[in-house]
Design a binder for this molecule. Structure first.
Ligand code: PEP
Length: 255
């Protein structure tokens, strides 16, 4: 059993939700709930909430993340934010390769890899999302898809830098749909991804890597998912927007 070799991390992904007032309210509710929890606690928020989140979480056990970053350091990329800009603000984490970016914003395995490299070079920790579409699961190619995405994302990343990456396994068909992968399905793919990391680096790196499940994880199904050997926390969308619900997940991951 290697579960105790790595830290469980619960990360909220607020997506395009919460204006500054909403962010302030949610974080103030979350602070006392999170205070005694032993798992890692991260909130990934819209760019416009970063300053609020950083100010309100100062001196707490809540880390702040962004939801994307660009791979260039600066330049003519209207609407984009560089990894160094996030780092300079005090941001600690960044989500890269979320399926919504892949589906709606032309994110590819190549651009994911470039963003991962840029984020790590800037000193950010990466939450790298991988996961199959429903049609890919039905075609029996889930493992091929997540292996390709994982290997591509880690191309050119040293073993030392890989330690600053969390992988979030997020079956696309389970995101925001209310359909959760069964604990067995999630465990199977998380274990497979750990094997891919072991092949790419070594067993020690794989054993130490936090691999989250994401996809409609909530206060009702979290206990069963988080009890699995290869599931080290979660990337949470909907349930991260309600402090009490997020709190249940933090408590489960801290057991
Ligand atoms: C996500 O946005 O990464 C996610 C898992 O969303 P939800 O929990 O709402 O399915």
């Amino acid at each position: 059993m290697n579960k105790n070799l790595r830290k469980a991390v619960i990360a909220g992904n607020w997506k395009m939700n919460m204006d500054r007032k909403g962010a302030e309210k949610l974080i103030n509710e979350l602070k006392p709930i999170a205070a005694d929890k032993t798992c890692g606690v991260v909130i990934c928020v819209p760019y416009t909430d970063l300053e609020t989140a950083l100010r309100l979480t100062e001196g707490t056990n809540i880390a702040v993340g962004a939801e994307n970053c660009h791979f260039k350091k600066s330049g003519a990329f209207t609407g984009e934010i560089a990894a160094d800009m996030l780092k300079e603000m005090g941001v600690e984490y960044v989500i890269i390769g979320h399926s919504e970016r892949r589906q709606y914003f032309a994110e590819t395995d190549l651009t994911v890899n470039r963003r991962v490299k840029a984020a790590l070079a800037a000193g950010l920790k990466v939450i790298l999302c991988v996961g199959e579409m429903l049609s890919e699961r039905e075609d029996g190619i889930t493992e091929d898809v997540v292996e390709l995405q994982t290997v591509a994302a880690f191309t050119g990343i040293s073993a030392e830098d890989a330690k600053n990456v969390i992988i979030a396994y997020e079956p696309v068909w389970a995101i925001g749909t209310g359909k959760t992968a069964t604990a067995e399905q999630a465990e199977e793919v998380c274990a497979f991804i750990r094997g891919v990391v072991a092949k790419r680096y070594d067993q020690a790196i794989a054993d130490g890597m936090t691999i989250q499940y994401g996809g409609s994880m909530n206060e009702k199904n979290a206990a069963e998912l988080l009890a699995k050997e290869n599931i080290d926390g979660g990337l949470i969308g909907g349930a991260s927007l309600v402090a009490e619900k997020f709190g249940v997940l933090l408590a489960e991951a801290s057991k």
